[in-house]
Design a protein around this ligand. Sequence first.
Ligand code: PLP
Length: 473
Amino acid sequence: MSNKPPMVDLTDTTVLRHTAEQAIELYHSFDGEPVAAAATHEQLLQRFGQSLSNDGVDPGQVIDDLLTWSRDGMVTAGGPRFFGWVIGGSLPVAIAADWILSTWEQNGAIYQTSPACATAEEVAGEWLKEVLRLPRECSYAMVTGCQMAHFTALAAARQRLYWDRGIDVSTEGLYGAPPLRVVAGPHLHESLIRAMRFLGLGSNALVKTTLDDQGRMDLASLEQILQQDPAAPTVINLMAGDLNTGGCDPYREVCALAEQYGAWVHVDGAFGLWVNASEKHRHMLDGVELAHSWATDGHKWLQLPFDHGYAFVRDREAHHASMTMTAGYFIDADGAGRDQMNWNPEWSRRPRGVIAYAALRNLGKSGIAHIVDECCRFAERLVNEIGALAGAEVLSPARMNQGMVRFLDPDGDHDAKTDAVVEAIRAEGTAWFGPTTWNSMRAMRISVCNFRSTDADIDATVSAVERVLAAHG
Ligand SMILES: Cc1ncc(COP(=O)(O)O)c(C=O)c1O
């Protein structure tokens, strides 16, 4: 059998207009639909798992099937009553820029493959530093998420810490190098450990401090660890927003201590770094700008669709050395523009910074601050009002956009009761919360990160939780 052209017209663009209309309808439907997914894996497999056709399928049909088959198989995480993991919504301008980027089909590897995208990304990088109030001399990388931002920042840290010991890790690798330790509080996010694994540091390089009575890295514990081996190459990881409590570490004091030991301070600010955009809340991040590197997300509080993360590095030289690349087929930009390849771990890449550019321009500085302030206010409302319901208790008061409650069992099995109620709330459909274990207790995490949430959503959510609790006795 000889190969033949597909039976469908591959250049038919009517699918684009059709999809735009469907997407707009879908976008608005998020306000009213149950938040939890209803379809089972078996049902979804039955719908999607057709045999691959020989002759192709009409593009409009492909899109319609995707939309129909998935409708009840989605967690409406982009909607206003999703309070589970820190996910965030998508601004229409960001979705539109995302479509344009796909239509442009640009490779954001080097300036010469897309001068316009490289320039928009360059401006977006500067705007991000301005909004996040980070040192203007920092270099940056636009990656897929905070996980890869950790990877990028720790690669720069590794470069500098070994350079300081006479080793160029980019050429010599880690063979024979003294072990690098990463000191972090027990509230670290696991993505940091995975970055350590990717970089050949190994998860055993992690040394944990204790926390103080406010849930921040304990300074005495940190100093004790540093003193155990004062000359060891060391990265200290601080949290700008503990995933459970929204808590922040004592940046100023840790940075002063780190300087005495030549340690590199890295900040995991996946969502919390955005608090620096808010005049009202930025006191929580006092001194965060003194660190050496920062990692954050665009797909959380900046309200971009997936996948957007940013690394910022004060030591441009180390960052550049750890990532820079060249190939015979590159065209030199003669110093004009920025080759992302020199700062990013990927080779070919989506010039995703263009989407950040569009969102930042659309929002302006006060638009971002407003989203941060509203999310913090809504988190406080949810924690206080759910915590005040009969049979509920606040475990961790709202800090930033996070907080925790639990549900009390008359027979004392609060963990089982909490898990059962959290599941029942999801099944009820009005809102979506996730469970967690915190200080050996099961809890319901409350996280608000979507610009679409309103007071009416909070009212509806509290009423739904009250109904579920009443039904649970
Ligand atoms: C505090 C923190 N750090 C890192 C990450 C990892 O970010 P990403 O999923 O964007 O790679 C997350 C994700 O939720 C997070 O909350």
